[in-house]
Design a protein around this ligand. Structure first.
Ligand SMILES: NC(=O)c1ccc[n+]([C@@H]2O[C@H](COP(=O)([O-])OP(=O)(O)OC[C@H]3O[C@@H](n4cnc5c(N)ncnc54)[C@H](O)[C@@H]3O)[C@@H](O)[C@H]2O)c1
Length: 320
């Protein structure tokens, strides 16, 4: 049994490589070569904390591995010595059902989420996108910055978070990692997104906060932060005005408040959904069509992403 910790996992998964692993994962998923079971999310009965405990199983085929990510999401850990997501991805070999590895789930979640966003962005953002807004300056903002830089020539990054100290800490760290990029602390979401070609929303917000009138024509939005039917980041007006893509139809239908709330309000129909990432990767649907449309990539996160990344880490560790 291989046990791979946070640092070891990230050392094996640089962002460009992880984007390539995710591209193969979504092609396999679209072609039915790999599969997953809808995740089980338990909202812990811990009063108004509403912390989450989730199990995310997937199967990668007879000659590969299967297993589950088992993870907690405790949003109030943000800014403390504890990460807001912690757990393990447990892998079993598909031939005998033997447990073969435990891979740090926080590292997998950190990097695979951003890699999937990078992949989606590559199909949907304008080629020359240079201005990025990060809303939510937590852990995901760092991997998302790396992913956006991997797929577009980003020069300026505006950062907003409800916690201004968190913005200052994050910018300090990002500036060291990317000295050629200009980082600007924003005082509001509106200020952060005013010039943005790409917007990443990376918050556990319960209410929509990104307004249609604030987003410039041609912008691409990655709505990544929320993944329950009752939470969202994108207002209904903005959703109506945008072309929507998701990581997976079934997952969006079960979990995406950004999609399900305007659907329940009857301001969009199911036809509003233009395609999934698997359909983009396998060229069944077209991504961006012109320079003025607003596109949204709404991802709730899939077990196949975790398993494909964890399998990649396990293979490299096994080979020594
Ligand atoms: N879709 C996916 O696959 C996926 C994967 C991982 C994490 N997530 C979600 O993405 C979000 C970010 O993850 P993280 O690990 O960076 O979390 P984190 O806890 O490290 O950071 C979240 C940050 O968002 C800020 N915030 C909260 N509400 C806000 C608001 N309304 N406006 C601006 N800032 C706000 C908090 O102050 C905090 O700094 C979380 O909600 C997480 O559950 C989604």
């Amino acid at each position: 049994m291989k046990i791979v910790n946070f640092e070891e996992t990230l050392a094996i998964l640089p962002i460009e490589k992880t984007i390539a692993v995710m591209k193969a994962c979504f092609a396999d998923f679209e072609q039915g070569k790999i599969s997953q079971t809808p995740r089980v999310v338990q909202v812990l009965p811990d009063g108004d904390q509403q912390n989450l405990f989730a199990m995310m199983p997937a199967y990668l085929g007879p000659d590969r591995v299967f297993g589950s990510k088992v993870i907690t999401a405790f949003p109030k850990n943000a800014g403390t010595e504890y990460q807001s997501h912690m757990g393990q991805v447990m892998l079993f070999d598909s031939q005998h059902g033997q447990p073969v590895a435990l891979i740090d789930a926080n590292a997998i979640t950190y990097i695979r989420t951003a890699a999937v966003t990078g992949l989606g962005t590559d199909f949907l953002a304008k080629k020359e996108a240079q201005d990025l807004a990060l809303i939510g300056a937590g852990q995901q903002s760092h991997s998302h910055l790396a992913a956006m830089l991997a797929v577009r020539p980003i020069k300026t990054v505006h950062v907003f978070d409800l916690n201004a100290e968190q913005v200052a800490r994050s910018i300090q760290r990002m500036q060291v990692a990317y000295p050629a990029v200009t980082f600007i602390a924003a005082n509001s979401v509106q200020e952060a997104v005013a010039d943005a070609d790409i917007i990443c929303t990376l918050t556990p917000s319960k209410q929509a906060f990104l307004e249609k009138g604030w987003v410039k024509p041609g912008a691409h939005i990655n709505a990544i932060g929320t993944f329950t039917p009752t939470t969202r980041e994108i207002t209904s007006d903005l959703m109506v005005a945008s072309r929507l893509f998701v990581d997976d139809y079934q997952a969006a239908n079960n979990e995406s408040g950004d999609y399900l709330i305007p659907l329940a309000e009857q301001v969009i129909t199911k036809d509003h959904l233009q395609g999934s990432l698997g359909e983009l990767v396998t060229k069944q649907v077209q991504g961006r069509q012109n320079e003025t449309e607003i596109t949204i990539f709404d991802a709730v996160g899939l077990a196949v992403e975790d398993l494909c990344c964890a399998e990649y880490v396990y293979q490299l560790v096994k080979e020594g």
